[in-house]
Design a protein around this ligand. Structure first.
Ligand code: ATP
Length: 235
């Protein structure tokens, strides 16, 4: 479904990605784990067109997408939930969700998807007229995920959904990531510092170090890998 080939991404003179290659198959949950500054967020932002690569190729469903604008990439079926949620704090929950559906015109299906996100996160339905900025951190994460789902993505990019949240809420969010994958057949690319949890729901994983893929394997094998355990799982 998605293929990155030898991707190099820079911020001015600073090189963040140094030849990333990876692939994601339709229906998979794939996680990208790595230390602070390894290049995880940059990988997601490179795919979504926010920080385009300087060299390399990105193919999504057989079409090259590097160089396309971020809104065009959303229209192609790639949704992103950015690090730190980035909801619109002054707008209501409902207005945030309406904005998520911007690429679409199919009103009946949009209404159905609204019902679906309220089914996933009933609290958002209760808070639909409340300003996004007044929600708790966990609720803002739910809103950010729901806003992305309102565009009906085929591939959902999730950047550190667990950041700053209490363990119970994190567990709930991860269960819902699995549920979205199962019920909507949405392919998931999950970036996480909480490698342990991420590997528990993922099918496969990639380990990124200094802008390069250091290792890739099934999630089960990565959980058993001693180097991974030492570096990322605190074992
Ligand atoms: P974290 O887990 O801390 O969010 P990360 O793995 O997501 O880290 P990135 O945010 O992708 O890492 O950063 C990769 C590298 O690019 C780092 O060295 C970082 O300092 C650098 N970088 C990221 N954003 C910028 C920017 N806007 N300008 C300059 N350098 C940047």
């Amino acid at each position: 479904m998605l293929e990155l080939q030898d991707i190099h991404t820079y911020y001015g003179n600073i090189q963040a990605l140094r030849g990333i290659s990876l692939e994601i198959n339709q229906g998979e949950i794939i996680t990208l784990i790595g230390a602070n500054g390894a290049g995880k967020s940059t990988t997601l932002m490179t795919i979504s067109g926010i920080t385009p690569p300087r060299t390399g190729r990105i193919r999504f469903e057989g079409r090259q997408i590097q160089g396309m604008s971020p809104d065009r990439i959303v229209t192609m079926g790639i949704g992103q939930v950015p690090e730190g949620r980035r909801i619109f704090p002054q707008l209501s929950v409902q207005e945030n969700l309406d904005l998520g559906a911007f690429p679409r015109a199919d009103k009946a299906a949009i209404r159905q998807d609204l019902e679906y996100v309220f089914h996933l996160f009933p609290i958002l339905s209760e808070r639909r007229h409340q300003a996004g900025g007044t929600l708790s951190g966990g609720e803002q994460q739910m809103l950010a995920m729901s806003r992305a789902l309102m565009a009906r993505p085929k591939l959902l990019l999730l950047d550190e959904p667990s950041m700053g949240l209490a363990p119970l809420i994190i567990r709930q969010i991860f269960e819902i990531v699995e549920q979205i994958n199962r019920e909507q057949n949405t392919t998931i690319f999950l970036v996480e510092q909480n490698a342990n949890l991420a590997l528990q729901i993922a099918h496969r994983g990639y380990v990124i170090e200094n802008g390069r893929i250091a290792l890739t394997d099934s999630a089960a094998n990565l959980l058993r890998n001693e180097a991974v355990q030492k570096a990322y799982l605190g074992i």
